[in-house]
Design a protein around this ligand. Structure first.
Ligand code: NAP
Length: 345
Protein backbone atom coordinates (compact mmCIF):
# COMPACT_ATOMS: atom_id res chain seq x y z
CA UNK A 1 0.00 0.00 0.00
CA UNK A 2 1.21 3.52 -0.83
CA UNK A 3 2.74 5.42 2.09
CA UNK A 4 0.66 8.43 3.08
CA UNK A 5 1.74 11.18 5.48
CA UNK A 6 -0.41 11.57 8.59
CA UNK A 7 -2.07 14.98 8.85
CA UNK A 8 -3.88 16.70 11.72
CA UNK A 9 -5.99 19.87 11.58
CA UNK A 10 -6.58 22.10 14.61
CA UNK A 11 -9.28 24.71 14.06
CA UNK A 12 -11.42 22.18 12.22
CA UNK A 13 -14.72 23.93 12.99
CA UNK A 14 -13.56 27.19 11.38
CA UNK A 15 -13.82 28.37 7.81
CA UNK A 16 -10.20 27.81 6.77
CA UNK A 17 -10.10 24.52 8.68
CA UNK A 18 -13.19 23.34 6.79
CA UNK A 19 -11.73 24.15 3.37
CA UNK A 20 -8.44 22.51 4.33
CA UNK A 21 -10.19 19.35 5.46
CA UNK A 22 -12.17 19.19 2.22
CA UNK A 23 -8.90 19.12 0.25
CA UNK A 24 -7.13 16.73 2.63
CA UNK A 25 -9.91 14.16 2.30
CA UNK A 26 -9.13 13.71 -1.40
CA UNK A 27 -5.35 14.04 -1.11
CA UNK A 28 -3.41 11.15 -2.69
CA UNK A 29 -0.37 11.43 -0.39
CA UNK A 30 -1.82 12.65 2.92
CA UNK A 31 -4.19 10.93 5.31
CA UNK A 32 -6.28 13.05 7.66
CA UNK A 33 -5.94 11.25 10.99
CA UNK A 34 -7.32 13.79 13.46
CA UNK A 35 -9.27 17.02 13.72
CA UNK A 36 -9.50 19.34 16.71
CA UNK A 37 -11.21 22.54 17.77
CA UNK A 38 -11.52 24.61 20.91
CA UNK A 39 -10.68 22.87 24.17
CA UNK A 40 -14.22 23.22 25.52
CA UNK A 41 -16.96 20.72 24.63
CA UNK A 42 -17.07 17.04 23.61
CA UNK A 43 -16.04 15.11 20.53
CA UNK A 44 -18.49 15.65 17.68
CA UNK A 45 -18.72 14.01 14.26
CA UNK A 46 -17.04 16.28 11.74
CA UNK A 47 -20.04 15.78 9.45
CA UNK A 48 -22.32 17.26 12.10
CA UNK A 49 -20.27 20.43 12.01
CA UNK A 50 -19.74 20.45 8.24
CA UNK A 51 -22.60 18.46 6.66
CA UNK A 52 -21.07 19.03 3.23
CA UNK A 53 -18.40 16.47 4.20
CA UNK A 54 -21.01 13.73 4.61
CA UNK A 55 -19.94 10.61 2.77
CA UNK A 56 -16.26 11.63 2.82
CA UNK A 57 -15.28 11.02 6.46
CA UNK A 58 -16.28 9.39 9.74
CA UNK A 59 -13.73 11.33 11.79
CA UNK A 60 -14.64 13.06 15.04
CA UNK A 61 -13.66 16.62 15.83
CA UNK A 62 -12.17 16.53 19.33
CA UNK A 63 -11.36 19.18 21.93
CA UNK A 64 -7.75 20.23 21.36
CA UNK A 65 -5.33 18.40 23.58
CA UNK A 66 -1.57 18.28 23.12
CA UNK A 67 -1.25 14.65 24.18
CA UNK A 68 -4.07 13.57 21.86
CA UNK A 69 -2.31 15.26 18.93
CA UNK A 70 1.03 13.67 19.83
CA UNK A 71 -0.66 10.26 20.20
CA UNK A 72 -1.66 10.40 16.54
CA UNK A 73 2.02 10.53 15.54
CA UNK A 74 1.40 13.14 12.86
CA UNK A 75 3.84 14.03 10.08
CA UNK A 76 2.00 17.29 9.51
CA UNK A 77 0.03 19.62 11.79
CA UNK A 78 -2.08 22.46 10.44
CA UNK A 79 -3.08 25.15 12.91
CA UNK A 80 -6.09 27.04 11.54
CA UNK A 81 -6.54 28.68 14.93
CA UNK A 82 -6.56 32.18 16.47
CA UNK A 83 -3.27 34.09 16.78
CA UNK A 84 -2.98 33.79 20.55
CA UNK A 85 -3.56 30.03 20.50
CA UNK A 86 -1.04 29.40 17.71
CA UNK A 87 1.51 31.61 19.45
CA UNK A 88 1.27 29.45 22.55
CA UNK A 89 1.00 26.01 20.94
CA UNK A 90 3.43 26.15 18.00
CA UNK A 91 6.59 25.59 20.13
CA UNK A 92 4.98 22.49 21.66
CA UNK A 93 3.79 21.15 18.31
CA UNK A 94 7.28 21.52 16.83
CA UNK A 95 8.54 19.17 19.54
CA UNK A 96 6.48 16.36 17.95
CA UNK A 97 8.85 16.42 14.97
CA UNK A 98 5.94 17.06 12.59
CA UNK A 99 5.92 19.81 9.97
CA UNK A 100 3.84 22.62 11.47
CA UNK A 101 1.91 24.93 9.14
CA UNK A 102 0.42 27.83 11.07
CA UNK A 103 -2.34 29.75 9.29
CA UNK A 104 -2.43 32.50 11.93
CA UNK A 105 -0.28 35.62 11.95
CA UNK A 106 1.76 34.57 14.98
CA UNK A 107 4.96 33.59 13.18
CA UNK A 108 4.86 35.80 10.10
CA UNK A 109 6.71 38.90 11.29
CA UNK A 110 10.48 38.80 11.75
CA UNK A 111 10.48 41.70 14.23
CA UNK A 112 9.05 40.37 17.50
CA UNK A 113 8.45 43.92 18.79
CA UNK A 114 5.66 44.44 16.27
CA UNK A 115 3.47 41.81 17.93
CA UNK A 116 2.68 43.98 20.89
CA UNK A 117 1.64 46.87 18.66
CA UNK A 118 -0.38 44.97 16.07
CA UNK A 119 -1.47 41.73 17.80
CA UNK A 120 -1.76 42.85 21.40
CA UNK A 121 0.61 40.28 22.91
CA UNK A 122 4.29 40.04 23.63
CA UNK A 123 5.96 37.42 21.43
CA UNK A 124 7.66 34.82 23.59
CA UNK A 125 9.38 32.78 20.82
CA UNK A 126 11.53 35.27 18.89
CA UNK A 127 13.91 32.44 17.96
CA UNK A 128 11.11 30.70 16.09
CA UNK A 129 10.31 33.91 14.19
CA UNK A 130 13.80 33.65 12.73
CA UNK A 131 13.39 29.98 11.85
CA UNK A 132 9.87 30.14 10.42
CA UNK A 133 9.56 30.15 6.66
CA UNK A 134 7.14 32.79 5.44
CA UNK A 135 5.17 30.57 3.09
CA UNK A 136 4.39 32.74 0.10
CA UNK A 137 4.87 29.56 -1.88
CA UNK A 138 5.77 31.02 -5.26
CA UNK A 139 8.86 32.71 -3.78
CA UNK A 140 10.12 30.09 -1.31
CA UNK A 141 9.59 26.79 -3.10
CA UNK A 142 13.31 25.98 -2.77
CA UNK A 143 13.32 26.60 1.00
CA UNK A 144 10.28 24.46 1.79
CA UNK A 145 11.58 20.88 1.47
CA UNK A 146 12.42 19.79 5.00
CA UNK A 147 10.98 22.94 6.63
CA UNK A 148 9.66 22.43 10.16
CA UNK A 149 7.68 25.64 10.73
CA UNK A 150 5.80 27.41 7.99
CA UNK A 151 4.06 30.71 8.70
CA UNK A 152 1.27 30.79 6.15
CA UNK A 153 0.83 34.33 4.80
CA UNK A 154 -2.17 36.54 5.48
CA UNK A 155 -4.88 36.82 2.85
CA UNK A 156 -4.42 40.52 2.00
CA UNK A 157 -0.61 40.23 1.91
CA UNK A 158 -0.88 37.24 -0.45
CA UNK A 159 -2.98 39.27 -2.87
CA UNK A 160 -0.52 42.18 -2.77
CA UNK A 161 2.88 40.50 -2.54
CA UNK A 162 2.37 38.03 -5.38
CA UNK A 163 2.05 40.72 -8.06
CA UNK A 164 4.31 43.25 -6.34
CA UNK A 165 7.38 41.23 -5.31
CA UNK A 166 8.66 40.63 -8.86
CA UNK A 167 8.10 44.29 -9.76
CA UNK A 168 9.92 45.53 -6.64
CA UNK A 169 12.85 43.20 -7.34
CA UNK A 170 13.04 44.27 -10.97
CA UNK A 171 13.62 47.87 -9.90
CA UNK A 172 10.99 49.26 -12.27
CA UNK A 173 8.97 51.06 -9.59
CA UNK A 174 9.68 54.69 -8.72
CA UNK A 175 10.54 54.25 -5.04
CA UNK A 176 10.14 57.93 -4.26
CA UNK A 177 6.36 57.41 -4.56
CA UNK A 178 4.21 55.47 -2.07
CA UNK A 179 2.76 52.06 -2.92
CA UNK A 180 -0.98 52.42 -2.30
CA UNK A 181 -2.88 49.18 -1.69
CA UNK A 182 -6.63 49.40 -1.73
CA UNK A 183 -7.96 45.95 -0.77
CA UNK A 184 -11.45 44.53 -0.37
CA UNK A 185 -12.42 41.28 1.31
CA UNK A 186 -15.53 39.17 1.75
CA UNK A 187 -16.78 38.59 5.28
CA UNK A 188 -15.35 35.07 5.76
CA UNK A 189 -12.03 36.90 6.17
CA UNK A 190 -13.16 37.65 9.73
CA UNK A 191 -13.76 33.99 10.61
CA UNK A 192 -16.96 32.21 11.57
CA UNK A 193 -17.93 34.26 14.61
CA UNK A 194 -19.97 37.34 13.71
CA UNK A 195 -19.65 40.51 15.73
CA UNK A 196 -21.41 43.85 15.74
CA UNK A 197 -19.59 45.00 12.60
CA UNK A 198 -19.63 41.75 10.61
CA UNK A 199 -23.13 40.37 11.07
CA UNK A 200 -25.51 40.29 8.11
CA UNK A 201 -27.39 43.53 8.69
CA UNK A 202 -24.23 45.58 9.17
CA UNK A 203 -22.51 44.20 6.07
CA UNK A 204 -25.36 43.69 3.62
CA UNK A 205 -25.91 46.52 1.11
CA UNK A 206 -22.94 48.48 2.38
CA UNK A 207 -19.19 48.80 1.85
CA UNK A 208 -16.68 50.32 4.22
CA UNK A 209 -13.03 50.79 5.05
CA UNK A 210 -11.87 49.44 8.42
CA UNK A 211 -8.77 49.38 10.65
CA UNK A 212 -7.30 52.18 8.57
CA UNK A 213 -3.56 52.62 9.33
CA UNK A 214 -3.65 49.91 11.99
CA UNK A 215 -4.55 46.63 10.31
CA UNK A 216 -2.33 43.68 11.34
CA UNK A 217 -1.44 42.97 7.76
CA UNK A 218 0.26 46.36 7.31
CA UNK A 219 3.65 45.34 8.83
CA UNK A 220 3.44 41.99 7.00
CA UNK A 221 2.98 43.76 3.66
CA UNK A 222 5.78 46.21 4.49
CA UNK A 223 8.08 43.31 5.39
CA UNK A 224 7.21 41.48 2.16
CA UNK A 225 7.84 44.56 0.03
CA UNK A 226 11.11 45.36 1.81
CA UNK A 227 9.59 48.60 3.13
CA UNK A 228 10.02 47.85 6.86
CA UNK A 229 12.25 50.87 7.28
CA UNK A 230 10.23 53.11 4.98
CA UNK A 231 6.68 52.47 6.14
CA UNK A 232 5.68 55.98 5.04
CA UNK A 233 6.01 54.58 1.50
CA UNK A 234 3.16 52.11 2.06
CA UNK A 235 -0.53 52.90 2.40
CA UNK A 236 -2.81 49.90 2.93
CA UNK A 237 -6.56 50.29 3.36
CA UNK A 238 -8.71 47.18 3.86
CA UNK A 239 -12.43 47.24 3.04
CA UNK A 240 -15.27 44.89 3.89
CA UNK A 241 -17.34 43.71 0.94
CA UNK A 242 -20.90 42.40 1.38
CA UNK A 243 -19.99 38.99 -0.08
CA UNK A 244 -18.95 35.69 1.49
CA UNK A 245 -15.53 35.05 0.02
CA UNK A 246 -12.92 36.70 -2.19
CA UNK A 247 -10.37 39.50 -2.17
CA UNK A 248 -9.68 42.13 -4.80
CA UNK A 249 -6.62 44.36 -4.35
CA UNK A 250 -6.10 47.48 -6.45
CA UNK A 251 -2.51 48.71 -6.12
CA UNK A 252 -1.38 52.14 -7.29
CA UNK A 253 2.28 52.65 -8.20
CA UNK A 254 4.47 54.95 -10.31
CA UNK A 255 6.92 53.33 -12.74
CA UNK A 256 10.43 54.49 -13.53
CA UNK A 257 10.86 56.33 -16.85
CA UNK A 258 10.04 54.46 -20.04
CA UNK A 259 8.64 51.31 -18.40
CA UNK A 260 5.67 49.95 -20.35
CA UNK A 261 2.86 47.51 -19.62
CA UNK A 262 4.66 44.81 -21.60
CA UNK A 263 7.63 45.14 -19.22
CA UNK A 264 5.39 44.37 -16.23
CA UNK A 265 3.83 41.42 -18.01
CA UNK A 266 7.26 40.07 -19.04
CA UNK A 267 8.49 40.42 -15.47
CA UNK A 268 5.51 38.38 -14.20
CA UNK A 269 5.85 35.77 -16.98
CA UNK A 270 9.48 35.18 -16.00
CA UNK A 271 8.76 35.08 -12.25
CA UNK A 272 5.78 32.75 -12.49
CA UNK A 273 6.82 30.55 -15.40
CA UNK A 274 6.70 27.44 -13.22
CA UNK A 275 3.89 28.56 -10.88
CA UNK A 276 0.75 26.46 -10.98
CA UNK A 277 -1.42 28.90 -9.10
CA UNK A 278 -0.67 32.35 -10.50
CA UNK A 279 -2.60 33.39 -13.61
CA UNK A 280 -1.49 36.46 -15.56
CA UNK A 281 -4.21 38.46 -17.27
CA UNK A 282 -2.37 39.86 -20.30
CA UNK A 283 -5.37 40.94 -22.39
CA UNK A 284 -7.89 43.70 -21.75
CA UNK A 285 -9.66 41.79 -18.96
CA UNK A 286 -8.63 42.56 -15.37
CA UNK A 287 -8.98 40.04 -12.51
CA UNK A 288 -12.33 39.82 -10.74
CA UNK A 289 -13.42 38.10 -7.57
CA UNK A 290 -15.82 35.82 -9.43
CA UNK A 291 -12.91 34.31 -11.41
CA UNK A 292 -10.99 33.23 -8.29
CA UNK A 293 -13.82 32.49 -5.82
CA UNK A 294 -13.63 28.81 -4.78
CA UNK A 295 -10.34 28.37 -6.66
CA UNK A 296 -6.69 28.16 -5.48
CA UNK A 297 -5.48 30.81 -7.95
CA UNK A 298 -4.07 34.30 -7.62
CA UNK A 299 -5.04 36.27 -10.72
CA UNK A 300 -2.96 39.34 -11.58
CA UNK A 301 -3.30 42.04 -14.22
CA UNK A 302 -2.38 45.68 -14.80
CA UNK A 303 -3.07 48.84 -16.73
CA UNK A 304 -0.37 51.45 -17.37
CA UNK A 305 -0.69 55.05 -18.44
CA UNK A 306 2.53 55.24 -20.38
CA UNK A 307 2.31 59.06 -20.65
CA UNK A 308 2.46 59.59 -16.87
CA UNK A 309 4.11 56.33 -15.70
CA UNK A 310 1.16 55.60 -13.43
CA UNK A 311 0.29 51.92 -13.12
CA UNK A 312 -2.62 50.14 -11.51
CA UNK A 313 -2.17 46.51 -10.55
CA UNK A 314 -5.27 44.42 -9.87
CA UNK A 315 -5.13 41.05 -8.16
CA UNK A 316 -7.70 38.63 -6.86
CA UNK A 317 -7.69 35.53 -4.65
CA UNK A 318 -10.14 33.50 -2.62
CA UNK A 319 -9.27 34.52 0.95
CA UNK A 320 -10.01 31.04 2.32
CA UNK A 321 -8.03 29.18 -0.38
CA UNK A 322 -4.99 30.95 -1.85
CA UNK A 323 -5.34 33.34 1.12
CA UNK A 324 -5.34 30.46 3.65
CA UNK A 325 -6.09 26.74 3.12
CA UNK A 326 -4.85 25.96 -0.40
CA UNK A 327 -1.65 27.96 0.10
CA UNK A 328 -1.13 26.06 3.38
CA UNK A 329 -1.48 22.82 1.44
CA UNK A 330 0.87 24.00 -1.34
CA UNK A 331 3.44 24.71 1.40
CA UNK A 332 2.88 21.39 3.17
CA UNK A 333 3.15 19.45 -0.09
CA UNK A 334 6.51 21.01 -0.91
CA UNK A 335 7.76 20.60 2.67
CA UNK A 336 7.01 16.87 2.49
CA UNK A 337 8.37 16.44 -1.03
CA UNK A 338 5.10 15.63 -2.80
CA UNK A 339 3.61 17.36 -5.82
CA UNK A 340 2.79 21.01 -5.06
CA UNK A 341 -0.72 20.71 -6.48
CA UNK A 342 -1.65 17.40 -4.83
CA UNK A 343 -5.12 17.59 -3.25
CA UNK A 344 -5.58 21.09 -4.63
CA UNK A 345 -6.14 20.53 -8.36
N1 NAP B 1 -10.65 33.59 7.30
C1 NAP B 1 -9.68 33.91 6.47
O1 NAP B 1 -9.92 34.38 5.33
C2 NAP B 1 -8.25 33.71 6.87
C3 NAP B 1 -7.27 33.91 5.89
C4 NAP B 1 -5.91 33.72 6.26
C5 NAP B 1 -5.59 33.39 7.56
N2 NAP B 1 -6.58 33.24 8.48
C6 NAP B 1 -6.16 32.89 9.84
O2 NAP B 1 -6.41 31.49 10.02
C7 NAP B 1 -6.83 31.24 11.36
C8 NAP B 1 -8.21 30.59 11.31
O3 NAP B 1 -9.09 31.52 10.68
P1 NAP B 1 -10.62 31.21 10.39
O4 NAP B 1 -11.16 32.38 9.72
O5 NAP B 1 -10.75 29.86 9.78
O6 NAP B 1 -11.17 31.17 11.91
P2 NAP B 1 -12.57 30.73 12.50
O7 NAP B 1 -13.54 30.46 11.41
O8 NAP B 1 -12.92 31.76 13.51
O9 NAP B 1 -12.21 29.36 13.26
C9 NAP B 1 -11.29 29.34 14.33
C10 NAP B 1 -11.02 27.90 14.71
O10 NAP B 1 -10.11 27.87 15.80
C11 NAP B 1 -10.65 27.08 16.87
N3 NAP B 1 -10.20 27.55 18.18
C12 NAP B 1 -10.47 28.75 18.78
N4 NAP B 1 -9.87 28.80 19.99
C13 NAP B 1 -9.24 27.60 20.16
C14 NAP B 1 -8.49 27.03 21.22
N5 NAP B 1 -8.24 27.70 22.35
N6 NAP B 1 -8.04 25.77 21.08
C15 NAP B 1 -8.26 25.07 19.92
N7 NAP B 1 -8.97 25.56 18.89
C16 NAP B 1 -9.45 26.81 19.01
C17 NAP B 1 -12.15 27.26 16.71
O11 NAP B 1 -12.80 26.20 17.42
P3 NAP B 1 -14.25 26.39 18.11
O12 NAP B 1 -15.26 26.30 17.03
O13 NAP B 1 -14.34 25.22 19.05
O14 NAP B 1 -14.23 27.71 18.81
C18 NAP B 1 -12.28 27.17 15.20
O15 NAP B 1 -12.19 25.82 14.79
C19 NAP B 1 -6.81 32.59 12.08
O16 NAP B 1 -5.61 32.76 12.74
C20 NAP B 1 -6.94 33.60 10.93
O17 NAP B 1 -6.38 34.84 11.24
C21 NAP B 1 -7.90 33.36 8.16
Amino acid sequence: MKHRFRAVVAGATGYSGRDLIRMLLRHPDLELVGTFASSSGDAVKLTEIHPQLTGYTDLDCRPFNEEAVKGLKPDLIFLATPNEFSHEIVPKMIETGAVVVDLSGSFRLRDARLYEQYYGFEHTSPGLLERAIYGLTEFVADELPGAKLIANPGCYPTSILIPMNPLMRAGIIDESQPVICDSKSGVTGAGKTANSTTHFVEVSESFRAYNVFKHRHTPEIAQGLGLENRTDNLIFTPHLLPINRGILSTIYIRLTGGVRRTDLLDCWRESFKSSKFVRIFDGSQLPEIKFTANTPFCDIGCTVDEATGQAIIVSSIDNLLKGAASQALQNANLALGVDEGAGII
